[in-house]
Design a binder for this molecule. Sequence first.
Ligand code: ATP
Ligand code: MG
Length: 321
Amino acid sequence: MTDLAIAANGLRKSYGDKTVLDGVDLTVPEGTIFSLLGPNGAGKTTAVKILSTLISADPGTGDIHIGGHNLAADPQAVRATIGVTGQFSAVDGLITGEENMLLMADLHHLSKSEGRQVTAELLERFDLVEAAKKPASTYSGGMKRRLDIAMTLVGNPRIIFLDEPTTGLDPRSRHNMWQIIRELVSDGVTVFLTTQYLEEADELADRIAVLNDGRIAAEGTAEELKRIVPGGHVRLRFTDPAAYQSAASALREVTRDDESLTLQLPSGGSQRELRSLLDRLDSAGIEADELTVHTPDLDDVFFALTGGGADIPNQPKESAR
Ligand SMILES: Nc1ncnc2c1ncn2[C@@H]1O[C@H](COP(=O)(O)OP(=O)(O)OP(=O)(O)O)[C@@H](O)[C@H]1O
Ligand SMILES: [Mg+2]
């Protein structure tokens, strides 16, 4: 238990007769990035709010431990351990960026001098020094988002919840934010991140869970998730037409592209499958000039699991098995 930053069992939450979370298990090891994915309304923000003590889970929910503290028994200890950057900005536009930071420092009961020091450090780190004395309402979306995260870090939290931290940011700002998140984790911080950007989960997360219909539809590393949807294949490229021909006849189930001398065959990309393919080529004395493994991307996984893909027939969940 001690090396888990977040451990929740059977998380439940309903609003009226609408079940939002229907028994969700979440475990996040310390110092890792966990990403919760799911379509709009799946319950990501609800999960973040419960885990960060902002709302309570329904009866029937199992124990929740955050940073080793029991959330129901000791919410204060949990609050002292975590930082939360909500989906919607906590920045007060009427005061300056610096004043927003100092306000947070007050909330965390830092002394005046500590508060000033931490504020100065974070404004520097988040490239907000120049804007610090201007009202936050004049900030761009990216600046506001950076200020939001800087405010979250004032209390030096060991566990951070980031609810869609890069929504609305341009690609450069998004990459900057990714860099900031990576730095946090290299300092040992645990990050619980929700996102609509599958590329972001793919980039950052050690583990990813896809929330759908109130349950975790699949969980694993990006690579593991990509393997559960069909569409993976191996491509073999040849420069020698004779080698291409013999490969085409030696391998079953190939799709040929005679023009580019390329063969494609379905494969999940596992070591076992690749070895067997290489063995077959070896024993036929064939050498490809290039072998590439293509796995489906997280978009494919997302559509397959969340029923968002019009072109995926059958019960979406069946494809997860
Ligand atoms: N206070 C509330 N009262 C009633 N229903 C609510 C409340 N908060 C959330 N919901 C409902 O719970 C469901 C999950 O909402 P939630 O905000 O957790 O989704 P989300 O996954 O964060 O979505 P998004 O990607 O749009 O941010 C939605 O159907 C929402 O309408
Ligand atoms: Mg949300």
